[in-house]
Design a protein around this ligand. Structure first.
Ligand SMILES: C[S@@+](CC[C@H](N)C(=O)[O-])C[C@H]1O[C@@H](n2cnc3c(N)ncnc32)[C@H](O)[C@@H]1O
Length: 328
């Protein structure tokens, strides 16, 4: 089968120029989905007016944010500037979340460039009106940096709450088998082992996730061109634990539109935005493709394949980074 991926869009201004005419949204525009009421905005997360315009008075039950850091726009930003910027969208999030709601934030590091905002971010959050609940680590199978450093294979996910939201504790068992024996208990005079008593052969989700494969080009959900796509499985886990059917979920950094697709699959409504019109277009197209084909991504193709057949940048080879997950 012909492999026809897009290279990383953040590294190709020429390609971006070719794709922009095919993007429906310009700065300030909001696309409204007629079927489930999702919204996709070409908006700035740090601008309260933009947030108000996409929310138009609705309250969200759950926010899942995956901000960029030390990439593109942030290449030359100091940690102090970065944290100040984060504070703005965190405060806007608080303003539009319902009284009992949850906030999840992915915060990683660029260890090549020594950019490690996690401690500063956590300190900044102490002054916000959220209550900290957990620090989750998602461990990747693959990473980078083995030549000069410990391979970077972790992604951190912070979990905060506003008020007292429901947490569906049975929301998901992981794919991690129960392998540690020895938790004995006497039942009706008989000594039993944990495995005999449990409902499942796998463990429930704790705060270290090692059963989620990061997205790479061979997976159906892959969206080539996107450089920081989160796996659907981790967003699905968050949605099941911290929201219910028909709840409104927000994501201020859409990129490949993972939160939107996961919300569509689980019957949630999603309002999402991205400052870049190309990613808002990709997000909308990914939803449209899912609805018409049942596919969650493009695997061997890309979102603009019907518009630009020749992207003029070597379309038949696997891109330089065949692993499309977050390379931090
Ligand atoms: C790390 S990616 C999000 C990945 C996403 N979770 C996914 O699974 O595809 C961050 C995105 O934030 C967008 N972005 C950067 N600055 C922004 C801002 N001020 N407002 C909204 N989006 C912004 C970038 O264009 C990029 O697409």
């Amino acid at each position: 089968m012909k492999n026809n991926p897009l290279p990383r869009l953040d590294r190709s201004p020429e390609l971006r120029r070719k794709l922009l005419p095919y993007c429906r949204l310009r700065a300030g525009d909001i696309w409204v989905d007629r079927i489930r009421g999702h919204r996709v905005g070409c908006l700035d997360a740090s601008n309260l007016r933009d947030i108000d315009s996409i929310m138009s008075g609705e309250w969200a039950r759950l926010a899942i944010h995956d901000p960029p850091y030390n990439l593109g726009a942030f290449e030359r930003k100091s940690i102090v500037e970065f944290i100040k910027w984060c504070q703005a969208w965190v405060s806007h999030t608080h303003a539009v979340l319902a009284s009992d709601s949850s906030l999840y934030i992915w915060i990683g590091a660029d260890q090549n460039n020594g950019f490690q905002p996690l401690p500063d971010f956590v300190l900044m959050m102490r002054d916000q009106s959220f209550r900290p609940r957990s620090l989750i680590t998602m461990r990747n199978q693959r990473g980078y940096g083995t030549q000069k450093n410990w391979m970077a294979i972790r992604q951190e996910l912070l979990y905060y709450v506003k008020g007292n939201p429901t947490f569906h504790v049975d929301a998901e068992y992981t794919d991690i088998p129960k392998i540690v024996r020895g938790y004995y208990k006497e039942i009706n005079g008989r000594k039993t082992e944990n495995l005999e008593r449990s409902h499942s052969n796998t463990i429930r989700a704790g705060n270290v996730w090692i059963d989620i494969q990061q997205v790479f080009y061979r997976m159906e959900e892959n969206v080539s061109g996107c450089y920081a796509q989160k796996p659907l499985k981790c967003i699905d886990r968050i949605l099941r634990a911290s929201s219910s059917s028909n709840d409104l979920v927000i994501d201020f950094f859409a990129h490949s539109g993972t939160t939107l697709i996961a919300s569509e699959i689980l019957n949630r409504k999603c309002f999402t935005l991205d400052i870049d019109p190309i990613y808002t277009e990709i997000t909308i197209r990914r939803l449209e493709r899912f609805r018409s084909t049942g596919k969650t991504g493009w695997q061997n193709g890309h979102p603009f394949e019907n518009d630009v057949s020749d992207i003029g940048l070597g379309t038949t080879t696997v891109p330089e980074t065949s692993f499309q997950g977050r390379l931090f």
